[in-house]
Design a protein around this ligand. Structure first.
Ligand code: G3P
Length: 221
C-alpha cells in the first residue's frame, strides 16, 4: 500500500517527506483553503515538492467545465491527477479526460455503486471516504474492501485510495483490506508511528548506551 499525504500545507509535506515514504499527495478545496493561499499558487508549490501524483480538485459540476479545468490543471505539471466529484457530470468528465490521456481521481465516494460507476467510466483512482462514512454509522473500511475487490476482479486500471482517514486504525485497516493507497493527514501518520513501548525501550537503550559509551562522539557529558 502506498502512502499519500492528504494536505496542501507545504511545511507539513516537507516534514513528512523526510521520512522517505511519501508517494503522492491529495488536495481538495478545503485543504487548500487552510493554506490561506491562492488555489493555483498553493498547488504549484505542492507540485514543486512532490515526486509523485498530486490530486487537484475541479470546482464545477458541469462536464464541459470540469474537462476544461482538468486540461488547464494538466498543464501545471506532469504529475497532476484531476480530482472529480462522482456525479453524473463528473462521470462524463472522467470518461472524456480519460480519452484525452489526463488521469482522474473520482472523489466523494460513499457507496460501492459509486466506486463501480467511476471505475467503469475510466477513473484512474477512486477515493472512498472512510471517516465521513463512519461518521454517519456506515462502514468506511468495508467500502474500501468492496471497491478493491471490484476493481481487481474486473481487472480495471484503477487504484483505490482510502481517503478521509481519521485515526491510525484506519491506516492499518486500509492495508488489511488491500487498499492500493492510503491518503493520510500528517497528524495521523505521527500518531501511527508512536508506541509507548518504543518510547520506553528507547529511553532504556539511551540510558544503558550512555553507561557503556561515555567517550562516543556526541554523547560526552
Ligand atoms: O482528500 C479528501 C479526504 O481525505 C477528506 O477527508 O477528513 O475532510 O473527511 P475529511
Amino acid at each position: 500500500m502506498e502512502i499519500y499525504l492528504d494536505t496542501a500545507i507545504v511545511d507539513e509535506i516537507k516534514e513528512i517527506q523526510e521520512w522517505g515514504l511519501v508517494r503522492g499527495v491529495t488536495t481538495n478545496p478545503s485543504l487548500i483553503a487552510q493554506t490561506g493561499r491562492d488555489y493555483k499558487d498553493a498547488v504549484m508549490e505542492v507540485l514543486s515538492l512532490v515526486d509523485g501524483p498530486v490530486s487537484v480538485e475541479t470546482l464545477s459540476d458541469n462536464a464541459a467545465e470540469i474537462v476544461s479545468q482538468g486540461e488547464e490543471y494538466a498543464t501545471w505539471g506532469d504529475l497532476v491527477v484531476v480530482k472529480v466529484a462522482t456525479t453524473v457530470e463528473g462521470l462524463k468528465a472522467i470518461s472524456q479526460l480519460r480519452a484525452l490521456g489526463i488521469p482522474t481521481n473520482a472523489t466523494l465516494i460513499f457507496s460501492l455503486n459509486q466506486s463501480i460507476l467511476a471505475a467503469e467510466a475510466g477513473a484512474n483512482y477512486i477515493s472512498p471516504f472512510v471517516g465521513r462514512l463512519d461518521d454517519i454509522g456506515g462502514d468506511g473500511i468495508g467500502l474500501v474492501a468492496e471497491s478493491v475487490d471490484y476493481v481487481e476482479e474486473n481487472d480495471l486500471d484503477c487504484d483505490v485510495i482510502s481517503a478521509s482517514l481519521r485515526h491510525p486504525q484506519h491506516l492499518e485497516d486500509s492495508a488489511k483490506v488491500g487498499a492500493h493507497i492510503a491518503t493520510c493527514p500528517p497528524s495521523l501518520l505521527k500518531k501511527a508511528l508512536k508506541h509507548p513501548l518504543s518510547d520506553i525501550g528507547l529511553a532504556a537503550f539511551f540510558s544503558d548506551w550512555r553507561k557503556a559509551s561515555r567517550n562516543v562522539r556526541g554523547l560526552e557529558e
